[in-house]
Design a protein around this ligand. Structure first.
Ligand code: OGA
Ligand code: MN
Length: 295
């Protein structure tokens, strides 16, 4: 059977069938998947039991892999997964759930806030691909919100207000909102805020989207409390249930999303039991606004 892409959400999210991601994907199919991402922003693949290596090879069809450095507080000696994979599980190197007071765990709880991956990097991520290796019994859904539909639904006055705004994003803002505020000097350096446009234009479809994320903590030229109130209002608007799709994980699902057009968040689950989800991230190709930190 050939590749099919069938919409499953009201305005976004589609399920892909007819592909075995453990095998090499033809250039025609890669192009169809890219086009599917441009339209649907989230693609769901069922029954794809991938190794880490296979997940990396599949991800590379869509661009260079993002360097995972600077995205967490896990010490290199505590890393469970090969370089290039983001560990989104609740597991330590010993394969067991992290202790309740584990600094790594508390930092990673930030994934339960609405965000766009790597919006804290000067060149933020293009796609993320998340593979379910062990599914938790209860909870642990991942929710996606369509930032194009959220932008389109703003009234003209709000569109004019946000049009040229630039936000500053940092992991210290998202974690700070959870009361996680202690960092080493090295982490402070790694997590220095970067600037992002609040409204992005998709490079292929030219659709506008709200580039929101829990990492956004200030707006250039505005007092911080005023900026945060506006960002809270926009987030509340953009994550209303009519813009949201809930993904309920099955073993060996792979879900791929466009960080330029969506936000996502994890939901709480029974952390005494393993939830092993592993992410590869495709790097973006340009900053959203010119800045010093852009490599
Ligand atoms: C991620 C992420 C949420 C989840 O992989 O980037 O935020 O449900 N995941 O695990
Ligand atoms: Mn994420």
């Amino acid at each position: 059977m050939g590749l099919t892409i069938r919409r499953i959400g009201p305005d976004f999210v589609a399920e892909v069938a007819g592909l075995d991601l453990t095998k090499e994907i033809s250039p025609t199919d890669v192009a169809a998947l890219e086009a599917g991402m441009d339209t649907f922003a989230v693609l769901v693949f069922r029954n794809q039991p991938l190794t880490d290596e296979q997940q990396i090879v599949f991800s590379r069809n869509f661009g260079a892999m993002e360097n995972a450095r600077g995205g967490n507080v896990t010490k290199p000696s505590d890393m469970r997964l090969p370089a290039g994979m983001n560990d989104v599980s609740n597991l330590g190197k010993d394969g067991k759930p992290l202790a309740r007071d584990s600094r790594q765990r508390l930092f990673n709880l930030g994934n339960l806030l609405w965000h766009s991956d790597s919006s804290f990097r000067a060149i933020p991520a293009k796609y993320s691909l998340l593979s379910a290796r062990t599914v938790n019994r209860k909870g642990g859904n991942t929710e996606f919100a369509d930032m194009r539909a959220a932008y389109d639904a703003l009234d003209d006055e709000s569109k004019a207000e946000v049009a040229d705004l630039i936000c500053e994003h940092s992991l210290m803002y998202s974690r700070g909102s959870l009361g996680f505020t202690e960092y080493t000097d090295e982490e402070k350096q790694l997590f220095k805020p970067v600037r992002q446009q609040l409204v992005r234009v998709h490079p292929v479809t030219s659709r506008k989207s709200l580039y929101l994320s829990s990492h956004a903590g200030t707006i250039v030229g505005r007092p911080t409390p005023e900026a945060r109130i506006l960002l809270r209002d926009l987030n509340e608007h953009a994550t209303a249930s009519r813009f949201v799709h809930v993904h309920k994980w099955q073993l060996h699902d792979l879900v791929m999303w466009d960080n330029r057009q969506t936000m996502h968040r994890g939901r709480r689950y029974d952390e005494t039991q393993p939830r092993d989800v592993r992410r590869t991230t495709v790097a973006g190709d340009a900053p959203t606004v010119a800045q010093e930190a852009a490599e």
